[in-house]
Design a protein around this ligand. Structure first.
Ligand code: PMP
Length: 406
């Protein structure tokens, strides 16, 4: 059966509305995606019938909530091809996952004069935690360059791997440029030198199947809210041997086996890294989001998005003065652009008046903006629920921007 985007759109109640008297064209899914009815209903059902704190209660409600919570962990394991459910740590999001690795693995394994290798296209959340670690330890942050299309310079990357590199941390897909990095090659080159690799998958999982076993990465971080699930929840996948060897980074309930004032025995993974009451409803909603994605299927998602990306690229370039930033081959469905004589913030405001929601600014990737010599861009990012009408509305809006501003 051919892909029916209108049927998909009906599953997202938020899309069915007018903004400033115009049909909503939501083009900011890279920042956060909208939620299908299945996710909203799963959260509502938990709070309506099955909610209690998890893991500690012997009574029925607590057991139901625990089962629902742990079922999401198992779904996540299957979804990303991890070997064991204990390799799935629930955190607040990609940012927290990277901070966990920097503060736990990093503090144990990075010392003075050691190096951490990232790339020029990282989101701030894959730069700042490593910078903080470098400051604390006297280590050095190395940055692999990108070319004018926004593709990673792999020769430079390989030459920056050294005997002092203790971890490589790279985005799977760039949020500002859409570049899909050659992560298999990155893992292979790093492992040849015995260096573990963290992949920031925040922008990958919404668009393509990720198999951590096939990638052989050591850590993989992503957020629920970009994958049609609730915000406040995310995943750190880590290889069992690494997670087991790492110290906990936050202390509290759930992460312990026994506590006296003299000593504490830590719990097993993943609980060792899940101190305190988690976002139970968020994790259950996230499980429903994974089911939903599986049902739609990545083949359909990818094909639809790539078709729209092609359509949108041509349409954008038909607007005089528009320049697309990020043109790496095989890129994901992200269209970052600038326009002569129009500041991205003004573009965003005028588009909002037309019902078109795009992100404007530095996209938490200021080094990328500096690399391309722009202070900011406007960014239209696509998801499986977008259609050609959304892109037509964007282009109409940009003609309006030209009328008003240029
Ligand atoms: N990495 C990338 C590539 C991202 O796009 C984002 C979100 N914009 C993050 C990390 C941070 O994700 P979160 O805010 O969900 O922690």
């Amino acid at each position: 059966m051919s892909f029916d985007v209108e049927r998909i759109r009906k599953e997202f109640p938020v899309l069915d509305q007018e903004i400033h008297g115009k049909p909503l064209a939501f083009l900011d899914s890279a920042a956060s995606s909208q939620k299908p009815r299945a996710v909203i209903d799963a959260i509502s059902a938990l709070y309506s019938r099955d909610y209690a704190n998890i893991h500690r209660g012997v009574y029925e409600l607590s057991q139901r909530a625990t089962r629902a919570f742990e079922a999401s962990r198992e779904k996540t394991r299957r979804f990303i091809g991890a070997a064991e459910a204990k390799e799935i740590v629930f955190v607040r999001g990609t940012t927290e996952a990277i901070n966990l690795v920097a503060q736990s693995f990093g503090r144990e394994n990075v010392g003075e004069g050691d190096e951490i290798l990232i790339t020029h296209m990282e989101h701030h959340s894959n730069i700042v935690p490593w910078q903080m670690l470098c400051r604390e330890k006297g280590a050095v942050l190395r940055v692999a360059p990108i070319d004018d299309r926004g593709a990673l310079d792999m020769e430079a990357f390989a030459s920056l791997l050294s005997d002092r590199t203790r971890i490589v941390a790279v985005s799977h897909v760039s949020n500002a440029l859409g570049t899909v990095n050659p992560v298999e090659e990155i893992v292979r080159l790093s492992h040849e030198r015995g260096v573990p690799v963290l992949l920031d998958g925040a922008q990958a999982v919404p668009h393509q199947r990720v198999d951590v076993a096939a990638l052989d990465c050591d850590f993989y971080a992503f957020s629920s809210h970009k994958l049609f699930g609730p915000s406040g929840i995310g995943v750190l996948y880590g290889k069992k041997e690494l997670l087991e060897a790492m110290p906990p980074w936050q202390g509290g309930g759930e992460m312990i086996l026994s506590v006296t004032f003299e000593d504490t025995v830590y719990n097993e993974i993943p609980h060792k890294f899940e101190a305190g009451t988690p976002d139970i409803g968020g994790v259950v909603g996230f499980g429903a989001a994974l089911d939903w994605v599986e049902e739609v299927g990545y083949d359909a998602i990818h094909a639809h998005e790539q078709e729209l990306l092609e359509y949108g690229t041509e349409a954008l370039l038909s607007v005089p003065g528009v320049r697309i930033i990020g043109t790496a081959p095989g890129k994901a469905a992200v269209l970052s652009f600038v326009m002569d004589d129009a500041h991205p913030h003004d573009i965003g405001t005028i588009l909002d008046g037309e019902g078109v929601a795009v992100r404007t600014g530095h996209h938490c990737a200021q080094p990328v903006m500096a690399r391309f010599g722009v202070p900011a861009t406007a960014r239209a990012s696509l998801a499986v629920y977008n259609n050609q009408r959304d892109l037509d509305a964007l282009v109409r809006g940009l003609h309006k921007v030209r009328e008003v501003l240029t």
